[in-house]
Unconditional design. Structure first.
Length: 196
């Protein structure tokens, strides 16, 4: 099983949240950021590690955008920058974020461990693991926090995951279904307060 998530200090977490917010705000002003440093953020060594990450936007507790990359291919700070913009302006489930909405948005970042395959769905631990199902050319992912937030046990989570992938609700029981798990460091802006 994969090791636990690497450490990100409180300062790293605050810097990543500031990075995501500044990227969105600057884009809303018609000036898309050119780089992490162009936003006044100096990445720490931890922020330069190659990691997957998701950026989730909510307004009043409701999802407003969520985009990420599971596999570690880029430095964490760059992933947060790119996926923050994607979550705000490129999530096909939502219209692009507006300047009027921006002050009400709460940003959450999930920095991911590398995904590893598991032998069976029975190896997935609710609350610890993010999960990916792959079957018949279709796939879907849930972050580790999704099932506990929804109050789902493992069969319920896998049923919803199957549906998210466009598969039948019981597809997770298909012996051909393959599962991958990962862990996450999850952190967010305080409610009703954004990092400047």
């Amino acid at each position: 099983m994969n090791p636990g998530p690497p450490e990100l200090s409180a300062a790293d977490r605050q810097a990543l949240l500031r990075l995501a917010r500044r990227a969105i705000e600057q884009s809303l002003q018609g000036k898309p950021p050119e780089s992490v440093r162009s936003l006044g953020i100096e990445p720490s060594p931890a922020m330069c590690r190659t990691m997957g990450a998701f950026v989730t936007l909510t307004i009043g507790g409701d999802l407003r955008g969520c985009i990420g990359e599971i596999f570690p291919r880029h430095p964490l700070a760059e992933v947060v920058l790119g996926r923050a913009l994607d979550a705000a302006f490129g999530d096909p489930r939502f219209p692009p974020l507006t300047a009027a909405e921006c002050p009400d948005v709460r940003i959450e970042i999930s920095a991911l461990t590398p995904p590893v395959p598991v032998a069976s769905w029975r190896d997935i631990e609710i609350g610890r693991h993010g999960m990916v199902i792959d079957l018949a050319g279709r796939s879907a992912v849930f972050l580790p926090q999704v099932a506990p937030e929804q109050g789902w046990d493992l069969p319920a989570a896998l049923t919803h995951l199957s549906r998210k992938a466009g598969l039948p609700a019981n597809a997770w029981q298909d012996p051909r279904a393959r599962f991958t798990v990962f862990e996450a460091i999850v952190f967010h802006e305080p409610a009703g307060e954004a990092f400047a």
